[in-house]
Design a protein around this ligand. Structure first.
Ligand code: HAX
Length: 445
């Protein structure tokens, strides 16, 4: 058994026993109340999932295994040439609940490098798709095409003891993560660079090699990719991409099927696709305002117009967060250091100065602050990656680290099939009519 896998087993097997014991004592303990508004409103804030890898606080933002984004940027191992963390180290933290040393991160990088060869039939499947098909759809199909290699599916068919589920899930997750940059870069080069593909460079770390295969070799872009792939990895379990991966996995679908489902959720404009929408919105604003100077007043008017047109201002708002997203701030700090004079980056900062007040004034938008997607596009454009339909694929490659670490844990902890109860509106009306109902404010935490 591999070194990381062995360490995972040493943690996960006792934790599964601990949870069984905890459940024995507390199975019937009540955990809060929820309202009819929450049931119609996307179940927000209802505590109904267990995800060990990260926890989101509405005021403070995400903590990965207890560490904030600024702490991770300080504590996770990095290369001598770069101050940004290696996502390989973040994966170690998410999976094993331990900040790794440089050798540990390197070990994971080596495992992924060894497994990065994508079977030919996957490229062939992608090649049959229209070049102008959205990159997220191609990405999802590419992931699905790899399912024929699933260890989990084969082991399950051969007859697998429940206690062993996590083992082939671990193998699939590691292989899938290892291959994602190659698949993503393949889609990028076929869609936008006339199919001129670039071979991987085994000397480079996971992020830099990905940037290299996309065709970008500036050291600062390598740094941004390390930061990007670290901060987009996980956002606790209730967001659509994480929840979908977990939900589909709960049927014992393998990592490929589960993760592809999660990616289909990430491809929605209210979720990960918002990163491309932000740049589209800013470029539209520039075009529509034409020669008018992009003053803060002009931006304010454009925001008001977006709202009046019944559209969302992309990159703003969040279902849980109630402050500026620390992932936005991390990118802002990066941009201040590397490209403070970039025009698009400055527009993003000017929008940040005026948008929260206007969104707040509507009285209905619960979080008027920017989320992670408000900043990423401007940095990608700065480094020359201008094909914004591709941005969500980058997000997807990173999201694999969090949701697949969680999927391995799900199988190790024996998480059951998900099946919440649904009711009809008539059922709810009858329920309300038949009781002396208590009205409570939903608790967001
Ligand atoms: N612009 C305009 N209206 C907005 C808004 C925004 N940025 N954010 C919320 N609203 C609206 C909602 O559409 C909703 O309107 P209705 O009552 O007419 O339906 C109302 O304000 C209340 O919504 P909310 O409770 O504040 O927010 P939700 O939890 O329902 O939705 C969203 C959270 C992130 C989907 C929402 O804020 C939004 O659409 N933002 C823009 C898209 C975006 O940036 N998405 C990325 C989010 C982060 C992420 O997942 N990244 O991957």
């Amino acid at each position: 058994m591999g070194y990381i896998k062995q360490r995972f087993a040493a943690k996960a097997i006792p934790m599964a026993a601990e949870i069984r014991e905890f459940l024995k004592q507390n199975e019937n303990t009540e955990l809060g109340t929820y309202t009819i508004g929450q049931v119609y409103g996307g179940m927000k804030s209802i505590k109904a999932l267990v995800t060990e890898t990260s926890l989101l606080d509405p005021e403070e933002g995400i903590r990965f295994r207890g560490y904030t984004i600024p702490e991770l940027r300080e504590k996770l191992p990095h290369l001598e040439s770069c101050t940004e963390p290696l996502p390989e180290g973040l994966f170690h933290l998410l999976l094993l609940d331990e900040i790794p040393n440089f050798q540990d991160a390197q070990h994971i990088a080596n495992v992924w490098a060894r497994r990065a060869i994508v079977p030919l039939h996957v490229f062939k499947a992608i090649d049959r798709l229209p070049r102008d098909m959205h990159p997220m759809t191609q990405f999802s199909i590419g992931i699905m095409a790899m399912q024929s290699e699933s260890h989990f599916a084969k082991a399950y068919r051969a007859g697998l003891n429940k206690k062993e589920y996590w083992d082939p899930m671990y193998e699939d997750a590691m292989t899938l993560i290892a291959r994602l940059p190659r698949i993503a870069a393949y889609i990028y080069r076929r869609s936008y660079k006339k199919g001129k593909h670039i071979e991987p460079n085994p000397e480079l770390d996971w992020s830099a090699n990905f940037a290299h295969m996309l065709g970008y070799n500036q050291p600062d872009f390598y740094s941004y990719m390390r930061l990007f792939l670290t901060i987009h990895a996980d956002h606790e379990g209730g967001n659509v991409s994480a929840h979908t991966t977990h939900l589909v996995g709960s049927t014992l679908s393998d990592a490929y099927l589960s993760f592809a489902s999660g990616m289909n959720g990430l491809a929605g404009p209210l979720h990960g696709l918002a990163n491309q929408e932000v740049i589209r919105w800013i470029l539209d604003m520039k075009k529509k305002l034409g020669k008018t100077a992009l003053t803060k007043e002009a931006i304010e008017n454009y925001i008001r117009q977006t709202l009046a047109d019944g559209k969302v201002v992309p990159g703003y708002g969040h279902a849980v967060l109630r402050k500026t997203d620390p992932r936005f701030l991390a990118q802002m700090e990066f941009a201040k250091k590397h490209c403070p004079d970039d025009e698009l980056v400055n527009i993003v900062w000017n929008v940040y100065e005026v948008a929260p007040k206007i969104l707040g004034e509507t009285g209905k938008i619960k979080n008027p602050w920017p989320n992670v997607d408000a900043h990423s596009g401007s940095l990608l454009v700065h480094y020359g990656l201008v094909e914004y339909d591709f941005y969500t694929v980058l997000f997807g490659v990173s999201r694999a680290l969090g949701v697949l670490a969680s999927l391995i844990w799900d199988r190790a902890l024996g998480m059951g099939i998900e099946r919440p109860k649904s009711v009809t509106t008539q059922w709810l009306k009858d329920y309300v009519a038949s009781k002396t109902v208590k009205k409570v404010e939903p608790v967001i935490s």
